[in-house]
Write a protein that binds this ligand. Structure first.
Ligand code: SF4
Length: 309
């Protein structure tokens, strides 16, 4: 994927509501800032989740990027932290990684005060190796003065084509226990992960079938660094290559493989995972979903809570 191709992709698909770059570690790519600037020029938000390993280099590059962005579109920046110090360093396999991540988060918080379009958070990925420690981790962050709205959480996903972690991942099988653990935390800290996303996640943990219907391969998809397109980051099911379609997503969506995939999804909805892409993009693609989002927003405003995610 070259920058020139990426710009062609953006220009060929001006009606895409959301384009999100993703890693691995996005800063491993030396020209990733140019991709974000190309998005910013075209009115897209940009985002990055980082492992903070090359802390000084990330600070230097992110700081320079902030000065170059237009300021008209949000930039979200998440620092990955997977538990208390010992756990984080063990899970990530990087001695000193926790201290580096914390330093980067502190730096980013300072930038947040300087740049009004900048949003910073800590993102914690849960697996069987760390989820029981999540409450202690949250308490530790709260004790350090981290606002609850700055603490994001997601469960790790298994994927052969994206994370290549199907053999190494330790999934959380005790779904009820995880749901109860999060709910207990929310009772203690009502501002923690209080939006519709978490509400929906808790519902999915208890009953994956009784959830938002996933519209992967229709409302959203995943493009790999070679322009191969998949329905999502989990299913290893190639739908075509954007280089063969002039980078036009609508053309690719009409490929026989994409049509076949959507027909299978209509007959047998997939409930294998839960993530922000499949929830929000699936909901936004249907009138019923949009109505649910609008109703929640309205209810939040009537209660004086403003915007509810
Ligand atoms: S539920 Fe998850 S794995 Fe299944 S199609 Fe949707 S995003 Fe992919």
């Amino acid at each position: 994927m070259t920058l020139v191709e990426f710009e062609r992709f953006l220009d060929a698909n001006p009606r895409l509501i959301q384009v999100v770059t993703t890693g691995g570690e996005q800063f491993n790519r030396d020209d990733i800032e140019e991709f974000w600037l190309a998005m910013d020029r075209r009115g897209h938000r940009t985002s990055c989740a980082t492992n903070a390993v090359e802390t000084d280099r990330i600070i230097e590059r992110e700081g320079a990027l902030l000065a170059r962005l237009s300021g008209r579109h949000l930039r979200n920046f998440a620092v990955s932290m997977d538990g208390l110090e010992e756990t984080h360093d063990r899970v990530r396999g990087t001695p000193g990684g926790f201290a580096r991540a914390w330093r980067l988060f502190q730096w980013a918080r300072e930038q947040e005060r300087r740049w009004p379009f900048y949003r910073v958070e800590i993102c914690s990925t849960l697996t069987a190796a760390n989820y029981r420690e999540f409450p202690a981790f949250v308490e530790g962050l709260v004790a350090q003065g981290v606002p609850l709205r700055k603490i994001g959480v997601m469960a790790a996903l298994a994927s052969s084509h994206y994370y290549q972690n199907e053999k190494s991942l330790q999934p959380i099988n005790a779904r009820e226990e995880l749901a109860a653990l999060i709910e207990a935390l929310q009772r203690k800290h009502p501002g923690l992960a209080s939006g519709f996303y978490m509400e929906s996640y808790l519902g999915w943990l208890r009953n994956p079938a009784d959830s938002v219907r996933c519209l992967a391969g229709a409302a959203f998809g995943y493009v790999d660094p070679y322009w191969d397109v998949y329905p999502c980051v989990v299913l290893d099911r190639k739908l075509g290559n954007l280089r063969d379609c002039g980078f036009d997503v609508r053309r690719l969506w009409q490929s026989p493989a994409a049509r076949e995939f959507r027909a299978e999804m209509a007959a047998h909805p997939c409930t294998r995972c839960f993530n922000k892409c499949n929830r929000w993009n699936s909901m936004r693609a249907t009138t019923a979903g949009l109505s649910r989002i609008a109703w929640r927003q309205l209810r939040g405003m009537l209660r004086g809570g403003g915007r509810h995610g």
